[in-house]
Design a protein around this ligand. Structure first.
Ligand code: DGJ
Length: 549
C-alpha cells in the first residue's frame, strides 16, 4: 500500500512500505530547497545528524508560475536527491498560506485582487497595520488572501491536485514522499476574524445547523474557554448568538478549516497520502495576536468537523512549554507530529522524549543546519532566550544530536513496533525535573521514574554526579528482565516491581551500537562503571537484570 496511517495498539502510526515508520526528520529553512544545488550540503548535514527524512517546501509560485502551466522539475530533483541518500520526504504545500500570509501565492494570484480577494482586518483595506504583540507598540503592515475567496480556494485546490498527481506518477512505486503538509501556519493575524462586508454578512447569518449541533455534542473534549462559550450560547442563531465570546475565532476556524479541507480533498482524490496541518501556537495570547482560525488546540473540534481529509494537527514548538504543548496536542488521542522545533540544547533531548513518551510520528527541528551554531537575533527571540533557563540560550551540540539521531534511526523499527504500548517510555530533565528534597540535600531529591512490568527505572538528572540540565532517557523493555536504554546526562537506578521479589541485581550492562539492525556490543560495563550507572554522552545500553526475595 502507499504510505498511510493506521491505528496500532490504539495509536495512529505512519506506515511506509507497510511497516511502521518514525519520521526522524528535519525541516529546512524556507528558501533552501528552491535550489537542489544548495540542498546537496543540507542533505549531507541531515545524514550526519542521523535523520531519515526531510520536510521540504513545495512552493505554489514555483510550481505554477503561470496559471495552468505546471513545472514539477524542482520537487522531482528533490525526490531524486532523497532517493540517492535513502531518505524520505514530507512536502510542505506552501499555497494560499505561509505563516498566516500569502507570500508563496503565484504572481498571477497576488496581482488579481478582484478574483483573489485579500482578507480585511480593517474594513475596506487590502493591507492594514497589525499590532505585533501587546508589549511591542509597533504596527506591521499585513496582508493575506481571504479565507472566503472561493476562486482562490479553487485555484489552490487545482494546483495542489496537480502536484499530488505528479507525486503519484513519479513516486507511488518508490514511496520517497510519505506525507504532505497542506498549507503552512494557516489563520489570520491582526484580528479575530475578517471584517469585509461579505464576512460581516456571513457572521450575522445563522451558523450552519450541522456545525452548531456538532459543537454542542463535543463539549467533553473542549478547552474550558470554548466549552463555556458553546454551552452558554443559543442552539441556533447568528455566530455571536450561538458561540458568544468565542464567535469570532470559531468563525475564522470554520472558514479556514473548510478551505484547507477543500485543498486537501482535491489532492487526496488524486493520491491519498497522509496529510497534516501545522500550527502557529496561540501562546495564551488574544485572537489576532496569533493566526486565528489555524489549528490551535482550542479549535480542534472545529477542525475535526471541517477537515475529514486532514490526518493530523501539528504544533510548531518554539516556546519553552514543550511538555504542555505535547500534552495539549495529544489530549484527544491523536498522534504527535512536530514539524518544527527549536535548535537550542533541548533539541536532542526532545527527540528522545517525544519518541519515548509520546510515540511521536514525527520530530523535526526547524532549520536543522543551524544546529551547533550560535543563535541569530531572530532565533534568540523565537526560542525564548529572554527566559531564565540557560539551556534555551545554548545551541544544541551537533555531535550529540547526531549520536542520538544515528542510534534512534538504527533502532527505529523496534521502537516503532512498540508504539502504543507501555514497553516504550522516556523522561527528560526539561519535562520531568527531579523533585528537590525538602531539606535541600541534593542526594535526597526524588527522580522521575518509569514503571514497566517487572521493574522500574529511576533517572537522576541534574544531580551532583550529572549536573547537566539537558538530560534525557528512553527505555524500551524487552521483557521483565531485559531492556534497552538510550540517554545522556543522567544516572540510572533499576528497582524491582515484582510483588514478593523486592530486590533487583544487574546481570549484564553492555554498551555498543547498532549497524544495519544488528547489535554490535562494545565494552561490558561493570565495577566502577555500574556502581553508579550513568550516561554522560548519548549512548545506548543493553541491560539484563533479575529480581529476587
Ligand atoms: C514557522 C514557519 O512555519 C516556518 O516556515 C518558518 O517561517 C519558521 N516559523 C521560522 O522560524
Amino acid at each position: 500500500m502507499i504510505p498511510h496511517i493506521e491505528k496500532k495498539n490504539g495509536l495512529p502510526v505512519l506506515l511506509v512500505e507497510d511497516k511502521p515508520f518514525i519520521l526522524l526528520a528535519g525541516e529546512v529553512h524556507n528558501s533552501d530547497s528552491s535550489s537542489p544545488a544548495y540542498m546537496e550540503g543540507i542533505w549531507d548535514i541531515a545524514e550526519k545528524l542521523g535523520m531519515n527524512a526531510l520536510l521540504l517546501p513545495a512552493p505554489w509560485d514555483l510550481i505554477e508560475p503561470e496559471e495552468g502551466k505546471f513545472d514539477f522539475s524542482l520537487p522531482q530533483a528533490l525526490i531524486d536527491q532523497a532517493r540517492e541518500r535513502n531518505m524520505r520526504i514530507v512536502f510542505l504545500w506552501f499555497g494560499s498560506w505561509k505563516n498566516a500570509e500569502c507570500m508563496y501565492a503565484p504572481a498571477w494570484v497576488k496581482q488579481d485582487l478582484g478574483r483573489f480577494p485579500r482578507a480585511q482586518i480593517e474594513k475596506g483595506k487590502n493591507k492594514a497595520g497589525r499590532q505585533v504583540s501587546p508589549t511591542i507598540p509597533v504596527k506591521m503592515p499585513y496582508t493575506t488572501l481571504s479565507y472566503l475567496g472561493e476562486e482562490t480556494r479553487k485555484a489552490d485546490a487545482k494546483a495542489f491536485a496537480a502536484f499530488m498527481g505528479f507525486l503519484k506518477d513519479y513516486d507511488e512505486k518508490r514511496q520517497t514522499v510519505v506525507a504532505v503538509q497542506v498549507e503552512n501556519e494557516t489563520g489570520l493575524l491582526g484580528a479575530a476574524r475578517e471584517v469585509s462586508d461579505e464576512a460581516d454578512a456571513l457572521f450575522a447569518a445563522p451558523v450552519p445547523a450541522d456545525f452548531a449541533s456538532y459543537m454542542r455534542a463535543h463539549t467533553d473534549t473542549m478547552t474550558d474557554e470554548i466549552r463555556a462559550a458553546v454551552l452558554s450560547g443559543k442552539e441556533e442563531g447568528s455566530w455571536s448568538e450561538v458561540f458568544g465570546t468565542a464567535a469570532d475565532e470559531l468563525f475564522s476556524a470554520y472558514h479556514v478549516a473548510r478551505y484547507v479541507n477543500a485543498v486537501a480533498e482535491a489532492g487526496k482524490k488524486v493520491y491519498p497520502l497522509p496529510m497534516s496541518a501545522n500550527c502557529w501556537l496561540d501562546k495564551g495570547g488574544a485572537p489576532g495576536s496569533y493566526p486565528t482560525g489555524g489549528p490551535v488546540s482550542k479549535v480542534h473540534e472545529v477542525w475535526d468537523f471541517c477537515t475529514p481529509n486532514i490526518d493530523v494537527y501539528c504544533p510548531d514548538i518554539y516556546v519553552p512549554q514543550f511538555k504542555a504543548v505535547c500534552d495539549e496536542f495529544t489530549r484527544r488521542g491523536g498522534a504527535l507530529f512536530i514539524p518544527e522545533s527549536a535548535t537550542h540544547s533541548y533539541c536532542a533531548p526532545r527527540l528522545v522524549y517525544t519518541l519515548g513518551r509520546h510515540h511521536a510520528m514525527c520530530y523535526s527541528p526547524f532549520g536543522f543546519d543551524d544546529i551547533g551554531k550560535p543563535f541569530t537575533a531572530v532565533q534568540g527571540f523565537l526560542f525564548g532566550m529572554d527566559v531564565s533557563d540557560p539551556a534555551l540560550k545554548t545551541p544544541q551540540n551537533f555531535e550529540e544530536y547526531g549520536a542520538f539521531g544515528h542510534i534512534l534511526r538504527e533502532m527505529m523499527p523496534m521502537l516503532a513496533e512498540s508504539y502504543g504500548t507501555k514497553r516504550l517510555q522516556a523522561v527528560s530533565a526539561e519535562t520531568d525535573p527531579v523533585i528537590p528534597a525538602p531539606d535541600g540535600n541534593p542526594f535526597g531529591a526524588i527522580p522521575p521514574t518509569m514503571s514497566f512490568d517487572g521493574f522500574r527505572l529511576s533517572v537522576r538528572f541534574q544531580s551532583p554526579l550529572n549536573p547537566r540540565a539537558d538530560g534525557a532517557c528512553l527505555c524500551l523493555a524487552v521483557s521483565d528482565s531485559e531492556c534497552w536504554v538510550v540517554g545522556s546526562a543522567c544516572g540510572l537506578t533499576f528497582t524491582s516491581a515484582v510483588p514478593g521479589k523486592p530486590n533487583l541485581d544487574l546481570l549484564q550492562v553492555e554498551e555498543g551500537r547498532f549497524e544495519n539492525g544488528a547489535w554490535i556490543p562494545g565494552r561490558r560495563l561493570n565495577g566502577d562503571e555500574t556502581a553508579s550507572l550513568s550516561l554522560e554522552a548519548p549512548a545506548v545500553l543493553h541491560i539484563r537484570f533479575f529480581t529476587y526475595e
